[in-house]
Write a protein that binds this ligand. Structure first.
Ligand SMILES: O=C(O)COP(=O)(O)O
Ligand SMILES: [Mg+2]
Length: 228
């Protein structure tokens, strides 16, 4: 994989499992939406491995695990219902992951652009960042509903780089799962993966460009890279 030779001009962050632990709120909204159809609830551990592909994939995985097959239009209605439950309370039980505010502050201090590239729709993503006082740290928010195909497709990352007027290779993506690593690989963008993300794969299996024990280590990684 391509290695960053130089310090990036922009750092793009994934949201769920990278900056925030959003599982408790997603779990509640998912179970509320499923309960309306008498589908059994999921515990947090199960929800943890179903998140990351965006809202549609989350519902698809949940239905598959419960052996429920429904038509596309029904699935779309369930997705809307989930979002109706989720959006007003997306930051109620959600917490910031260790080092998240410090990592964003470090990027800003270094004069880097900061972007969010998540498969979650932009509206709840913004409201979560706002609730934690972090929205102003971002130059750009790209949600899963931005238009381009979601991660693991590289298009959201390419779209973000273009909107920042930068090449993909001069950005660094920071994420937590194979979706992020695969998307970055496809975009030819270096990627740092944070440990303990929403994935069942090990770091060796994901093979990101860089590994971070937590976001507390991002500043040291940036410091170690030579400036252009
Ligand atoms: O699955 C989602 O909704 C979002 O996940 P992401 O922030 O890790 O891209
Ligand atoms: Mg993630």
């Amino acid at each position: 994989m391509t290695m960053t030779t130089y310090r990036p001009r922009a750092v793009l962050f994934d949201l769920d499992g990278t900056l925030i632990d959003s599982i408790p709120d997603i779990q509640e909204a998912l179970n509320d939406a499923l309960a309306e159809r008498d589908i059994d609830p999921f515990d947090r551990a199960s929800v943890r491995v179903m998140v990351g592909g965006g809202t549609g994939i989350l519902l698809e995985r949940a239905l598959l695990r419960r052996g429920v097959s429904i038509e596309d239009t029904e699935r779309d209605r369930l997705v809307s219902r989930f979002l109706e439950f989720y959006e007003p309370r997306a930051s109620r039980l959600t917490t910031l992951l260790p080092g998240a505010p410090e990592a964003l502050a470090a990027c800003r201090r270094r004069g880097m652009k900061v972007g969010l590239v998540t498969n979650k729709p932009a509206a709840p993503s913004r409201s979560i960042l706002e609730a934690f006082g972090l929205l102003a740290d971002f130059d750009l928010i790209v949600g899963g509903d931005a238009g381009p195909a979601k991660k693991p497709n590289p298009d959201l990352l390419l779209h973000a780089a273009e909107r920042l007027d930068l090449s993909a290779g001069s950005c660094l993506f920071v994420g937590d799962s194979e979706n992020d690593v695969e998307a970055a690989r496809g975009a030819d963008m270096p990627v740092a993966a944070v440990e303990n993300g929403y994935t069942q794969l090990s770091m060796d299996e994901m093979a990101p460009t860089y590994r971070l024990a937590s976001l507390h280590d991002l500043d040291a990684l940036l410091e170690a890279l030579p400036q252009v």
